[in-house]
Design a protein around this ligand. Sequence first.
Ligand code: AMP
Ligand code: MG
Length: 710
Amino acid sequence: MTPFDTVLVVDWSGGNDTGPRETSDAIWTAVVRGAEEEAPLYHQNRLKAESWIAEFLASEMAEGHRLLAGFDFAFGFPTGIAKKITGSDDPLTLWDWFARELDDGPKGNNRFELAARINGLFPGTGPFWFNGTKTEFPGLPRRRADRSAEYDTDLRRETEARASGTFTCWQMGGAGAVGGQAFTGMATLARLRAAFAGRLSVWPFEAPDTEIVFAEVYPSLLRDQVRATLATGPDQIKDAVQVRLLARALARLGAEGRLGAAFSAAQGPSDEGWILGVGVEERLQVAARPDIRPPRLKDDCFALPPGVDWVPVDDALERLRGALSPVVDQETIPVAEASGRILAKDHIAQRSNPPLPNSAVDGYGFAHSATGAGPQLLPLVPGRAAAGAVFQGTVPEGRAIRILTGASLPDGVDTVVLEEDVTLSDGHVAFDGPVKPGANTRRAGEDVTKGDVALASGHAIRPPDMALLSALGLGQATVFGRLRVGVLSTGDELAEPGTPDDPSRVYDANRPMLLSLVRGWGYAETDLGIARDTRDTVRKALDDAASRCDAILTSGGASAGDEDHISAILRDEGKVQTWRIALKPGRPLMLGQWNGVPVFGMPGNPVAALVCALIFARPALSVLAGGRWEQPDLITVPAAFTKRKKAGRREYLRARLDTNGHAEVFASEGSGRISGLSWATGLVELDDGARDIEPGDPVRFIPYAALGLV
Ligand code: AMP
Ligand code: MG
């Protein structure tokens, strides 16, 4: 069905003018346009409400919006009643009857008289009752008990029977009564319907395919949600909360494409109407929940315990790991489009692989029990079994059938002999026994059994995983949205690569490197450009970044120098922790938050920036994206170099494997030597302790590929 742009919910009232002060028992309206919720409005009487609604409908139509309007009174009476009153089966004729007959005003109306008149059409006394005035209306009993016995049976609409707590419309006044609301409501809607004729439909009497759709609603379907909301603060008016939550719930059902189910839940006699939401109560209640989420990061999540000064790399990683959790939403997408995405839940095999026992080869199938040692000669049955063409009959014991790879084993077949091992003649197959029972067959579920976890939550999907999910009957995958990672360079000295050479400036080398790293890790990268070294530009850049990214990588300006604006502004206006990590290369790593979005402040030096990004940002971003804490696969190889290493810090050397598979390292460890990054195919990782390395000693080599460098 065409979605609605706007949802209006009206809490109607059959009572008289309630004055200008906002109260319950008046008319309340709530509007949700798209995902935008407007504050509920108070209308002190029906006249004012009707003209407000008419204007609202007109302005929504002028905007080209499609609108769903819900009203909390019965759109009809139990089946047959409308016909009794108007002579017509069409309940909308009854609406027009009320519009004609009801004399309504802010201070009162003739509803008791009308109820008495309708009662006159029915035998005995009833069905309407209650009289709040001094005047007697012949035929309208004051008390329920005064009705004729035939009206004691619960005469209600099917939808009222299904929605718990509904009042019937027979009671014309008093606590909880809805009779007066229905009379005045139907009269009002009849006028609105006439005013928007051709562009408005009344569901379920008419198909809900016009620009404006009226539907009956019942806010008490959300009574638990309303109660919970009222419990959060004293100054809330129940009616206002009801319309607000119901409008939200209906708008959200629409956005989720579930309103169709709510509309098709209508049942029962076609002249009674139906409460929109009855039949899908649970969905409606879920959709009424507030759209809030926990804060992404704890305020102090990056704080180190007091007294910690230089942090060993492993401790730093452990702390980072503990501080972070996913910040992305989930979505369900076709498996074929899920490459690189991270599974947001365990994915369960929908069928076994293989689903049925089948043949692993092209050959001849038979029952093993009828064969033995020595030459075997079996007559063939006509036909064959092929993949996708199941052999329907049974193969009798002592006979064989032609079978192809992947074909399900026909009844009577448990063993297959390879076609290369047989001789065929005159409808017989001959081969040498004994053949092992079950030879050349695959058991059902021998690979994966239906119901097993095929791939667990947090797994990043690679091409082989797409084969597995597809084979197990999973066409859709529930995955995390792509983490949006922004990359910002900072520094007055930086020039855009490709611009004319000015030897006093430094080309921005980090941004293309980091952007490409982010892309290779499967995230959505955002180029945030270069921020010059002023507080204002840095602030603007961070504001912009935080509004459209889930995480921010910066480089440069991360120390405590005069021009280190990133750390200064984060310290003064955001949140920042500077971690001095016992690591070479790498100056302090800055971890902060700007408007709740994590900021990873990388050193400016490209060599240090790369190492910090690979060692710290990579696993951290993976967790933010819903994935696992990534630990690179490393290999131990003989060193092809000599080195004396001091104790007290972790070192990463730019390295590659020589033709013997030994790790050689770049000639200079200088952190300005960008060429070494390109020369290398990975990093040699040296532990925190002191070490004298001689050629041939084992060292740990982490290939770039294992760090997701592509
Ligand atoms: P900083 O961390 O800002 O003190 O920078 C440390 C060193 O890295 C300085 O020599 C900077 O010029 C250099 N640098 C900073 N950002 C970049 C960048 N994006 N590309 C290349 N070099 C940079
Ligand atoms: Mg700088």
